[in-house]
Design a binder for this molecule. Structure first.
Ligand code: GDP
Length: 585
């Protein structure tokens, strides 16, 4: 018997992998993952368990959570919402990333050819930048533009187009520079990844080496006791593609991807262009709710009425529910990729919303290029975190820069490298920084930004800082880190006065005092002491000798003192006067 995997067994007994895993944990087999396999003996135990459970009551197999009958009471729906079983299971939306020539396009083509049932109308390839594949009746939506630049561009504005990423690594080449970039982009998106070890048909394929490399990058394969799902495939020969898709569905199940077709529309623009004779065209992926023909929509600074929609098979459709990708006609302008779509009730509301957004975008932003470097760093650190995309000319320089930056130990502030790499600052680097937060900085050490990167940085307001010498960078970071921390003060005692009389004046009182110790300065702070108690602390409003305003009064002299915001001073009070001195860090 071949060893069975957890998810296969779960399928057999019609429970979710999650349920089976927690059951097994109860039985004393903790820490199993859905892709793990079990021994024959363990399988026997599971069979017994489910037989025992079902025999006495002859319980029917558990109904799948998909269907929520319409007559369900709101109360029940609420409970289910809390348990995460509301709505329908929606297809996962998947992006393919990896190093150039490792087989991303081939994989997408192979899946399209083997697992897409709907044929394209008239055989004409449509412009829809996504397609739906099917495995055993379950759908998976693939975004057809591979690569991390596109991937991050699609979520540059906080929209989350993708649910799951497939990282393609060629088994004959191993982890390369763009593989590492892709890993960092996926990590920044905080979504699960599946590693497809590709080209296993090649004689020099070395799966073990890829697994070792993955471990080095913090992605220990499940087979080696880690958490990373790996599937060896040949995209070219179509080998193990079903297995890969099964894993995608499995991860989707674990993610509990659900949607309500009648709920609020959540849809992301994943591609857009201007087409001759058709006007602005946008490919939209629906994650929740339903997009319909004639809907009035706003996409960032543009709006329109959905004139026509085409699905991934090239067929005209009147609505698109969760998991669907459609090409939409009818927008006034070409929207930016990564923009979310909102539906409006009236054209005028939509027009207003788009105009408002346009104004926001056009408003002169505080030019980050003109901000002082110290300000930039300070801004970046307001979240107690300095986030950087760091590029350097060589591995050695990169490691040195990383080490030095990490070495700037300032309490309370973490330095987080979103991505580090060798080579010029690229568009992808800027997009990545922009997708993290406006205050994520792109720093180059001995490298420059290319033209596209500079352009995107200007558009998105991302600051790029480049240095030749490491100390320039370190000095600036350190200065900013220090200036970030709130200054600390210490009290310095100056003198004391005794209140002998209190005079009422039209807008308050004046304390007639005698300086008993040190001196009193007009700019000092004052503490009012009565008996053993402190009754007030604040500032001196004015200080005078006879009728004259003075800056200071020495020990042994009389003076009049007005205290800011305090008119309850009484004869016999003692005024202790002090200054605040900043402690240099
Ligand atoms: P991309 O740059 O990642 O999109 O890579 P492509 O899909 O364009 O593939 C690059 C090259 O690798 C092409 O010549 C493919 O035919 C080849 N290739 C892709 N997958 C496989 C595979 O599984 N086995 C073999 N032998 N070649 C592959």
């Amino acid at each position: 018997m071949t060893r069975k995997r957890i998810y296969e067994i779960a399928k057999e007994f019609e429970v979710t992998s999650k349920e089976l895993i927690s059951k097994l944990a109860e039985m004393g087999m903790p820490g199993l993952k859905a892709a793990n396999s079990v021994s024959e003996e363990e399988y026997g135990l599971i069979v017994n368990l489910y037989r025992e459970e079902s025999t006495p009551q002859a319980a029917p197999p558990k109904a799948k959570a998909e269907s929520v009958p319409a007559e369900k009471k709101e109360e029940e729906r609420k409970e289910e919402r809390e348990e995460g079983t509301r709505g329908i299971v929606r297809p996962p939306i998947v992006s393919v990333l990896g190093h150039i020539d490792h087989g991303k396009t081939t994989l997408l083509d192979t899946i399209r050819n083997s697992h897409v049932t709907a044929k394209e109308a008239g055989g004409i390839t449509q412009g829809v930048a996504a397609y739906q594949a099917e495995l055993d009746g379950q759908m998976i939506t693939f975004i057809d533009t591979p690569g991390h630049k596109a991937f991050t561009g699609m979520r540059a504005r906080g929209a989350k187009a993708t649910d799951i990423a497939i990282l393609v690594v060629a088994a004959d080449d191993g982890i390369m520079e763009q593989t590492i970039e892709a890993i960092d982009h996926i990590k920044a998106a905080e979504i699960p990844m599946i590693v497809a070890i590709n080209k296993i048909d090649k004689p020099n394929a070395d799966i073990d080496r890829v697994m070792q490399d993955l471990t080095k990058h913090g992605l220990t394969p499940e087979a080696w006791g880690g958490e990373t799902i790996t599937v060896p495939i040949s995209a070219l020969k179509g080998e193990n593609i079903d297995e890969l898709l099964e894993m995608v569905l499995l991860v989707a199940e674990m993610e509990n991807l659900r949607a309500d077709p009648d709920g609020k529309l959540e849809a992301v623009i994943i591609e857009s262009h201007l087409a001759k004779g058709r006007g602005p065209v946008a490919t939209v992926i629906v994650k929740n709710g339903t997009l319909r023909e004639k809907d009035i929509i706003v996409a960032g600074s543009t709006w329109g009425r959905v004139r026509a929609m085409t699905d991934d098979a090239g067929a005209r459709v009147s609505e698109a529910g969760p998991g669907k990708a459609v090409e939409v006609l009818g927008l006034q302008d070409v929207p930016r990729v990564g923009t979310m779509i909102d539906v409006y009730k009236s054209q005028s509301e939509a027009k207003n919303a788009a105009a408002k957004q346009k104004e926001l975008e056009a408003a002169p932003r505080r030019s980050r290029a003109k901000m002082s470097v110290e300000d930039l760093f300070r801004e970046a650190m307001e979240a107690d975190k300095l986030r950087l995309v760091l590029k350097a000319a060589s591995t050695g320089a990169l490691e040195a820069a990383k080490r030095e930056i990490e070495g700037i130990g300032v309490e309370g502030i973490d330095v987080e490298f979103i991505h580090t790499g060798v080579g010029p600052i690229s568009e992808g680097d800027v997009l990545l920084a922009s997708s993290i937060a406006e205050d994520c900085l792109v720093v180059g050490f001995g490298v420059k930004a290319d033209g596209k990167a500079t352009k995107v940085a200007e558009r998105d307001g991302v600051a790029i800082l480049t240095y030749e010498v490491i100390y320039e960078l370190l000095d600036e970071i350190e200065r900013a880190l220090k200036s970030m921390l709130a200054p600390e003060y210490e009290e310095e005692r100056m003198g004391e006065a005794e209140v002998r009389e209190v005079f009422k004046i039209p807008d308050g009182v004046v304390a007639g005092c005698y300086v008993t110790d040190g001196k009193i300065e007009r700019k000092a702070k004052v503490r009012v002491l009565r008996g053993g108690d402190e009754v007030f602390v604040g500032d001196i409003l004015s200080l005078h000798r006879f009728a004259e305003n003075v800056r200071e009064v020495q020990n042994g002299r009389e003076c009049g003192i007005r205290i800011k915001d305090f008119n309850e001073v009484m004869p016999g009070d003692r005024l202790s006067v002090f200054t605040l001195k900043e402690i240099k860090r």
